[in-house]
Design a protein around this ligand. Structure first.
Ligand SMILES: C[C@H](O)[C@H](O)[C@H]1CNC2=NC(N)=NC(=O)C2=N1
Length: 105
């Protein structure tokens, strides 16, 4: 059973996850991408989430996709969420969505 991370641990983890923000309740990444890219990335993310039995909440509007992650059973952020966020960022990178800190040079 995963345990909730305290504020210090969440902040530490977020420092290793460019583009993610949040607190002990939820962590969130907002991504600007076109609909086709979003369809492909969200499909791949849902496969990984099913494998992990751990799922992001995905909110979509035209041109914008928002991933919100927390452990529902624990009512907050756990190691599992950090692992899922990292996998989401990997998949986004595979679909051409760079980490926000990347300058592209
Ligand atoms: C029954 C099943 O294991 C649970 O509902 C899983 C599924 N996916 C989940 N996803 C997330 N993000 N948090 C959970 O607590 C969770 N629980």
């Amino acid at each position: 059973m995963p345990t909730k991370l305290d504020a210090h641990r969440v902040a530490d983890a977020l420092s290793t996850l460019p583009g993610w923000s949040g607190d002990t309740s939820t962590i969130v990444r907002r991504v600007t991408m076109d609909e086709e890219t979003a369809n492909e990335a969200v499909e791949k993310i849902s496969i990984v989430a099913n494998e992990m039995n751990h799922h992001p909440v995905v909110d979509r509007a035209p041109g914008v996709t928002i991933f919100t992650v927390w452990t529902h059973s624990q009512g907050g952020v756990t190691d599992l969420d950090i692992a899922l966020a990292s996998r989401i960022s990997d998949i986004l990178r595979q679909h051409g969505i760079a980490d926000p800190s990347d300058t592209g040079t």
